[in-house]
Ligand binder design. Structure first.
Ligand code: PMP
Length: 306
């Protein structure tokens, strides 16, 4: 139900009409920053809730600044454009929204300066990203770059070649997802997800300085764990072997939601079943993103005027 439209060159147009030229700078040099945002359909309330819309656009504008883009939009303007776009699409199912800010000049030459930039937004229906209830992961041979090579905190298009190497290696070797290490060998994150483990009743996740994206799902899950489950949450470096001896492990991301990890490198995590902390957090998270927990309603932007 619904039709895909794009926000392109300051207008909402049919998706198939949104086209860029073959010399567009970002296509050749990875000079873009993007976001992945979820709209979650609540069938009981007949409402679409966009999850943490402002936080996604704040991250996009931060990345745009580092890439020397002067985007003529505020966070509030971007939120409004997105709501208008989704209303026009009229989707009544879970969707994925992809804003992309990119160097739009049709010219060659490696640089960030003296280039025009533009913003587009597309929205498509999208269900599960990792299509399993629990996933099998491997530790990737590909490492996450450090901040002075390519800042992992930014959702820049160019850095995703590193993620693509990781994902394809994992899938071609029979795993669902790859977990990258930092340049000095600590656990960083999955190709499209942050990572958590449970050890001795504590929830542990790598710190921002361990080459991770500052995930919005990660942040939400940390808050739910502390406030709703009274858990102690530690941001500290994780050794590779801790993946093998953790009681529980799961991945978080806008696309992947909260996906339990049942095996790492052919070793069962815990007893290979979904652990109690993971199960409770998963339930809380899915209720929160569907706008069913009043306390977290500020995380959810309703789209349709009922
Ligand atoms: N790390 C990487 C590399 C990602 O691509 C994503 C997905 N955006 C995440 C972590 C999770 O971030 P978020 O929860 O903000 O989607």
């Amino acid at each position: 139900m619904g039709t895909s439209y794009a926000y392109f060159k300051k207008q909402i147009i049919p998706l198939e009409d949104a086209k860029i030229g073959v010399m567009t700078h970002a296509l050749h040099y990875g000079t873009g920053v993007f976001e992945g945002i979820r709209g979650n359909w609540n069938n009981e309330k007949k409402q679409m809730y966009i999850f943490r819309l402002k936080e996604h656009y704040t991250r996009l504008l931060t990345g745009a600044k580092v890439l020397k883009m002067n985007l003529p939009y505020t966070v509030d303007e971007l939120c409004k454009i997105t709501i208008d776009l989704i209303k026009k699409c009229g989707f009544k199912e879970d969707i994925y929204i992809r804003p992309l800010a990119y160097k739009s000049s049709e010219t060659f030459g490696v640089r960030l300066h003296n280039l025009d930039c533009d913003l587009l937004i597309v929205a498509i229906p999208w269900g599960r990203y990792i299509d399993k209830d629990t996933c099998h992961c491997c530790v990737s041979t590909w490492h996450r770059p450090d901040d002075n090579v390519m800042p992992p905190q930014l959702k820049s298009t160019g850095i995703y070649l590193n993620n693509a190497f990781t994902k394809t290696e994992a899938v071609e070797n029979g795993f669902d997802e790859g977990i990258m290490l930092t340049p000095d060998g600590h656990v960083s994150e999955g190709s499209g997800e942050n990572l958590f483990i449970v050890r001795k009743g504590k929830l542990i996740t790598p710190p921002i300085c361990d080459s991770i994206l500052d995930g919005i799902t990660r942040n939400s899950v940390m808050e739910l764990a502390e406030k709703e489950l009274g858990l102690e949450v530690l941001e500290r470096s994780i050794d590779r072997v801790e993946l093998y001896i953790a009681e529980e492990c799961f991945l978080t991301g806008t696309a992947a939601h909260l996906t339990p990890v049942s095996e790492v490198d052919h070793r069962k995590v815990g007893n290979g079943e979904i652990g109690p902390v993971t199960a409770k957090l998963k339930d809380l998270y899915f209720e929160a993103i569907k706008g069913n927990i009043a306390k977290y309603s500020s995380w959810c932007t309703p789209v349709y005027n009922l």
